[in-house]
Design a protein around this ligand. Structure first.
Ligand SMILES: NC(=O)c1ccc[n+]([C@@H]2O[C@H](COP(=O)([O-])OP(=O)(O)OC[C@H]3O[C@@H](n4cnc5c(N)ncnc54)[C@H](O)[C@@H]3O)[C@@H](O)[C@H]2O)c1
Ligand SMILES: O=P(O)(O)OC[C@@H](O)[C@@H](O)[C@H](O)[C@H](O)CO
Length: 506
C-alpha cells in the first residue's frame, strides 16, 4: 500500500478500469490483469465492511499472483442497495480503501477484487444462475445481525417474517438471501454440481452455525430432502472478523479527491488494524487466505467471544453514555479518562471473566489496544452508528455476559448501567434536551417501553425478547434501577463520576 504525508492539489481522475493506471503514484492499485480474474465468490451485503475487509484480503492475494479464480461478484439484495451497485458498476467494480492512522497519515489503495456487481431485484434469476454456476464455490455474507431472521425469543428461524413468507410460496421468485441461496443449492444438487460454502462474516456468536441453522430451517420449509442434503454437504465455517469501518462521510469523498486525486463515488475508510480468524472448513475449496494474513484455526469460538464481548460490547458501553453526555464520536469518548476507566473496568471485571482461554492472546494487552483503536481521532466513527440497531446487538453481545456473571456470582453493575443507558437513550432526548434519532428496526417498541419508565422504571427491561428473564433477577434489577435513577437525576457523566468515587473508596 502506498502512502502520502504531504497532500498536494491536483485535478482528480474519475475512477474506472480505463483510468486507474493514470492515478498519482502514491495511490496503490491492482498490479494484476483484472480481465483474467474470474468469479469464485458471490457476496451478499457489499457495505463498507466487506470492502474494507474480505475484498481487501482477496485483492492482496490477486496482487501476489494468487487466487485469480476467486474474484468477487457483489450482490445487492435490498432496494437500498441500488446506489452501491450503480456506483461500483460505473467504476467497473473499483473503489478506494483509505486507511487512517492515528497520527493523521493516510494510505489510499484502489481495490480490484470485485469484478462484477448485481442488483438482485432487477434480475433475480441472473443471481440464482450466478450462484448455481460451478465456478462459484463460496457465498459470503455481511447482511448485518438482523439479516439472519432469528426469532429473539425462541432462537429459531422466524418463518413469520414477511419477506421470508413470500419466498416460501411454491414457485416464488426469490427476494431474500435465503431464497437465492437455497434456490441455487437446489439447482446444484439437481445438476450434480458440488455445493458452495456459505461463509458468514457478520458479528454474531457462532456466525457460521447461525447461518447453517437458519438456511437449513428455510430449506426444510421448502423441501425437507434439500435440507437433509445441505446438512450433510454444505460447509458453514465460523469466523471472527475485525476492522472498525465507519460510514463513509461526504468529507471522506472530498478529501480523497483533494489529497490523492481520486474521484470515487463511494470510497471506504477504516482503521489500520485488521483481523480475520477463520475455521478451515470449506465444501469446494478456498483461496489461500493464510497468504494474506488470515488465521485459519480449528476452533474460532474463543476469538469470537473475545471480540464480541470486549470490542463490540464496549462499543455499546461507550455509545449511549457518550451520546447522552454530548459526545458524537467514539474517539472523543475514548480520550476522556472517565469513560476509559469505565470501559477498562467493564472489560476486565465483567467481559473478560466470561471468556474461555484465547490461544496466543494476552487479554490485558488486547483491552488496552482496543482503547487505543477506539481513540484513533482520524477514524471518526460516529456514536450514531454504534447506537443503531441496538436490539440486534445488546442481546447478542452483552446479555450473555450478564447471564454468565449472574450465574457465577460475578460483577454485573457496569453492564447494568450500560443497559440502563440504552433505556435512557431510547427516551429520545439527550441531556442537552436535543432530540435523538433512534434507529432500530423495532424503534417504536423500544421507544414506547422507554416512554413508560417514569411510571414503571422496569418497563424497558420487561421485554423478554431482548433481555430474557433479567427482569426477574433481584440482583440485576436493583443495580439497573439504581443506574437508571442516577441517569435521570444526575446524568451520564455524573453517574460515571459517582461510580469512580465509589470504586476508589473500594
Ligand atoms: N462496520 C464495521 O466496523 C464492521 C466490522 C466487523 C464486522 N461487521 C459486520 O458487517 C456487517 C455490515 O456492516 P457494514 O459496516 O458493512 O454495514 P453497511 O450498512 O455498510 O452494509 C450492510 C449491507 O448489508 C445489506 N443488508 C442488510 N440487511 C440485509 C438483509 N436482510 N439481506 C440482505 N442484505 C442485507 C445492506 O443492504 C448493505 O449492503 C455488520 O452488521 C457486522 O455484522 C462490520
Ligand atoms: O457493525 P455491527 O452492527 O456488528 O456493530 C457495530 C460495531 O460494534 C462494529 O461494527 C465494530 O466496529 C466492528 O465489529 C469492529 O470490527
Amino acid at each position: 500500500m502506498t502512502t502520502t504525508d504531504a497532500p498536494t492539489a491536483r485535478t482528480p481522475i474519475s475512477l474506472s478500469q480505463s483510468t486507474y493506471a493514470a492515478l498519482p503514484p502514491e495511490v496503490g492499485r491492482p498490479a494484476y490483469d483484472r480481465a483474467k480474474v474470474t468469479v469464485g465468490i458471490v457476496h451478499f451485503g457489499v457495505g463498507g465492511f466487506h470492502r474494507a475487509h474480505q475484498a481487501m484480503y482477496v485483492d492482496h492475494l490477486l496482487n501476489n499472483g494468487l487466487a485469480l479464480d476467486w474474484g468477487i461478484c457483489g450482490v445487492g439484495a435490498l432496494p437500498q442497495d441500488r446506489r452501491i451497485v450503480d456506483t461500483l458498476t460505473e467504476q467497473d467494480g473499483l473503489y478506494t480503501l483509505v486507511v487512517k492512522h492515528p497520527d493523521g497519515h493516510r494510505e489510499a489503495r484502489v481495490i480490484g477484487s470485485i469484478v462484477e456487481m448485481m442488483f438482485a431485484p432487477d434480475d433475480p434469476r441472473a443471481v440464482v444462475d450466478r450462484l448455481a454456476d460451478p465456478r462459484t464455490r463460496i457465498v459470503s455474507l455481511t447482511i448485518t445481525e438482523g439479516g439472519y431472521v432469528v426469532n429473539q425469543v425462541t432462537g429459531e428461524f422466524d418463518a413469520a417474517d414477511e419477506a421470508i413468507r413470500a419466498d416460501l410460496v411454491e414457485g416464488a421468485t426469490p427476494r431474500t438471501v435465503f431464497g437465492y441461496v437455497v434456490a441455487a443449492l437446489a439447482a446444484r444438487r439437481e445438476s450434480g454440481v458440488p455445493p458452495f460454502t456459505v461463509m458468514s462474516c457478520d458479528n454474531l456468536p457462532g456466525n457460521g452455525d447461525v447461518a447453517r441453522r437458519m438456511m437449513t430451517a428455510f430449506a426444510r420449509l421448502k423441501d425437507p430432502s434439500l435440507a437433509d442434503w445441505m446438512d450433510e454437504h454444505v460447509a458453514f465455517p465460523n469466523c471472527m472478523v475485525d476492522r472498525i469501518t465507519p460510514v463513509t462521510a461526504e468529507e471522506d469523498i472530498d478529501r480523497l479527491a483533494e489529497e490523492f486525486g481520486v474521484e470515487d463515488g463511494w470510497p471506504v475508510v477504516c482503521e489500520p488494524f485488521t483481523q480475520w480468524v477463520l475455521e478451515d472448513h470449506f465444501t469446494d475449496g478456498r483461496p489461500p487466505l493464510e497468504e494474506a494474513g488470515v488465521q485459519l484455526v480449528p476452533d474460532v469460538v474463543p476469538y469470537e467471544l473475545m471480540k464480541l464481548r470486549l470490542l463490540n460490547a464496549s462499543h455499546q458501553a461507550l455509545c449511549y453514555l457518550g451520546y447522552l453526555s454530548g459526545y458524537r464520536y467514539a474517539h472523543d469518548v475514548c480520550q476522556d479518562p472517565l469513560f476509559v476507566d469505565f470501559l477498562l473496568g467493564y472489560m476486565e471485571h465483567e467481559g473478560s471473566p466470561t471468556l474461555p482461554e484465547v490461544p496466543g492472546v494476552d487479554l490485558g494487552a488486547y483491552r488496552h489496544e482496543l482503547i487505543e483503536r477506539f481513540a484513533n481521532p482520524e477514524v471518526r466513527d460516529t456514536l450514531a452508528r454504534l447506537c443503531a440497531e441496538s436490539s440486534d446487538r445488546i442481546p447478542k453481545w452483552l446479555v450473555p455476559v450478564i447471564n454468565r456473571n449472574l450465574a457465577g456470582g460475578g460483577e454485573i453493575d457496569r453492564s447494568a448501567l450500560v443497559v440502563a443507558s440504552w433505556a435512557r437513550y431510547a427516551e429520545g432526548t439527550d441531556e442537552q434536551g436535543d432530540p435523538i434519532e433512534v434507529v432500530d428496526r423495532i424503534r417504536d417498541r423500544v421507544m414506547a417501553a422507554a416512554a413508560r419508565q417514569e411510571s414503571d422504571p422496569l418497563s424497558f427491561l420487561r421485554d423478554r425478547d431482548l433481555f430474557g428473564d433479567l427482569v426477574d433477577d433481584d440482583r440485576f434489577t436493583a443495580s439497573y434501577l439504581a443506574a437508571l435513577e442516577s441517569l435521570h437525576t444526575r446524568g451520564a457523566r455524573a453517574t460515571l463520576e459517582a461510580w469512580e468515587a465509589k470504586t476508589a473508596r473500594g
